[in-house]
Write a protein that binds this ligand. Structure first.
Ligand code: PEP
Ligand code: MN
Length: 392
């Protein structure tokens, strides 16, 4: 059989070690992404022997112990490493990935990543759908409280709101900065909501980290590699929004920057991409959700506010996102959208938010989920009364 007929497609996720390592060149792989997959019954000692072998080759490794198997991801320049040298006792196969990420991949970690949110006792990526709601930008304590009280009462568990805003125009409202973060801290204290807010650069990251429960990295920063690396050193979860023209691979490689620095708490967010359509601000690409679930263990939420740019489209697209398998929904909500200092046109009225929650609660059981913070959720009894008691 001609050699080319034995070459697997680049889409092949896992493939066995070829007899001749020179075949890798024929496959067009870069040779710098490698996973050592251990046998189901491999012992700790065998895993340690593999790590020691890699260290002797000048390579670093990260060990992932799943319930089914242990996987050793190799980082560093593996170009010269001969996979045959890693065929030690307990090794099932050595895999080279033809993609630029590994820690974000399902091959590396087969179980879903579940990111705990201690403030509310909920988690993102498990059986609960987490709703994140709030204004585009924090504008005042009164505005934030009016919105937070309502969304908390309806079962949102995370309050969103930008204190530092990435704006296309330098003359547009840039956010309240530190004052905005302090308002968000008051929201958490009063309503028991976790806070997600954006760090627009490495200068503000430490301050945002201090105040936020989840640090948002916005669309425009998805490939700000310096910011991603700094976020990777944080101990707070990172909400990574898809760049407006980013492919799925690019999104997962951006996540890889965070993961490879040691922060495993990454939540992806689909927020719409630029297409030729002119009936919406962006095209909310919900088909990325099942694709992410297949290729990665990371949770993914959807943002139909930025994804459509239109208030009327948010509810139907939130329903669709939940049905498509999203682990959460992020929406912009305002008590007076017509007076909002940013993104008023894509902010739900409070009544519309109530309606959305009602519908999500009905849809969730169809996809075997519950909505965190709502009556049927395992955490409802601990979180809801606490919030309403403090919201007097
Ligand atoms: C936001 O969520 O406030 C925001 C600016 O979103 P994006 O980065 O998706 O545009
Ligand atoms: Mn916005």
């Amino acid at each position: 059989m001609p050699l080319t007929e034995q070459v697997p497609s680049r889409e092949t996720l896992l493939f066995p070690l070829p007899k001749s390592p020179s075949r890798y060149k024929l496959w067009g792989l870069s040779g710098d992404l490698m996973l050592v997959i251990m046998d189901t019954h491999a012992t700790e000692e065998q895993v340690r022997a593999v790590s020691a072998k890699l260290a002797s080759l000048g390579l670093q490794c990260h060990v992932s112990r799943g319930s089914e198997r242990t996987v050793v991801a190799v980082t560093g320049d593996t170009t010269g490493a001969n996979p045959a040298a890693l065929q030690l006792p307990g090794v099932k196969e050595v895999v080279r990935l033809g993609r630029g990420y590994k820690l974000a991949s399902r091959e590396w970690k087969s179980e879903d990543t579940v990111v705990p949110i201690p403030t509310t006792g909920t988690a993102i990526g498990g059986s609960e759908i987490v709703v994140m709601a709030g204004p585009c930008a924090v504008e005042s304590l009164e505005q934030a409280f009016a919105i937070a009280e309502r969304v908390a009462a309806q079962g949102a568990t995370v309050f969103r709101g930008g204190a530092y805003k990435p704006r296309s125009s330098p003359y547009a409202f840039q956010g309240l900065g530190l004052e905005g973060l302090k308002i968000l801290a008051e929201v958490r204290k009063r309503f028991g909501l976790a806070i997600v807010t954006e760090a627009i650069d490495i200068d503000v990251l430490p301050t945002v980290e201090e105040y936020a429960d989840i640090i948002q990295i916005g669309s425009r920063n998805m490939q700000n590699f310096s910011l991603l690396k700094h976020a990777g050193k944080s101990r707070k979860p990172i909400l990574l929004k898809r760049g407006m023209s980013a492919t799925l691979d690019e999104l997962l490689m951006a996540a890889e920057y965070i993961l490879s620095e040691g922060n495993q708490q990454v939540i992806l967010c689909e927020r719409g991409v630029r297409t030729f359509t002119d009936h919406t601000r962006n095209t909310l690409d919900l088909s990325i959700i099942p694709a992410v679930k297949r290729l990665s263990h990371l949770p993914i939420i959807a943002d139909p506010s930025h994804g459509t740019g239109q208030r009327e489209s948010i509810l139907p697209m939130a329903r669709a996102a939940l049905a498509a398998g999203a682990d959460g929904i992020m929406v912009e909500v305002h008590d007076h959208p017509e007076r909002a200092r940013s993104d008023g046109q894509q902010s739900l009225y409070l009544d519309q938010f109530d309606e959305m929650m009602e519908q999500l609660r009905h849809i969730a059981p169809v996809v075997h989920r519950t909505v965190a913070g709502c009556a049927d959720s395992p955490h409802a009894s601990s979180s809801l009364p606490a919030r309403s008691a403090t919201a007097q």
